[in-house]
Design a protein around this ligand. Structure first.
Ligand code: 4NP
Length: 156
């Protein structure tokens, strides 16, 4: 069993989409019983909310369901999750501030480390135009595939 937590700032735009895409990849591989997938935000602004309607819309275009209810990352997540994936370098820094041990810190990666067209940040689409969500989807699709392949190959 591999447990993965996807993390952005608000837990309504990027990380719910990453979570939904990764669940889709796992289901396509028939590997549901081998993965536990969740998402969280470094901020507390949107706790309890569903994903942003623009993330839901882009996911729907690709037949992907977003089960997320926004929550804030907490110190207990380092015990629960094997792999913690930050969407951008701000998220990465804030997650590292929370980590208590070097072993915790080793669990944290940037999403686009796994993008063949990366590295870099997954840009925050919240205040941008709707097509920003399509760009984010494409980046996340590539990155999630890269992450899935790396886990299956035992290199992460
Ligand atoms: P996310 O996008 O981090 O991808 O969920 C954001 C959502 C809300 C805010 C910022 C980013 N906000 O400041 O409310």
């Amino acid at each position: 069993m591999t447990s993965i937590l996807f993390v952005c700032l608000g837990n309504i735009c990027r990380s719910p989409l990453a979570e939904g895409i990764f669940i889709d990849l796992v289901e396509q591989a028939g590997a549901q019983d081998q993965y536990h997938i969740d998402s969280a935000g470094t901020g507390a602004y949107h706790i309890g909310k569903s994903a942003d309607p623009r993330s839901i819309a882009v996911a729907k275009k690709h037949n992907i369901h977003l089960p997320s209810t926004a929550r804030q990352i907490n110190i207990g997540d380092f015990a629960t999750f094997d792999i913690i994936i930050a969407m951008d370098s701000d998220n990465l820094r804030n997650i590292r501030y929370l980590s208590a041990t070097p072993a915790d810190e080793k669990k944290v990666y940037l999403m686009r480390q796994f993008d063949p067209q990366g590295p870099g940040n997954v840009p925050d689409p919240y205040l941008g135009a709707a097509d920003g969500f399509d760009t984010v989807y494409t980046m996340l699709r590539r990155s999630c595939q890269g992450l899935f392949d790396a886990i299956e190959a035992g290199t992460v």
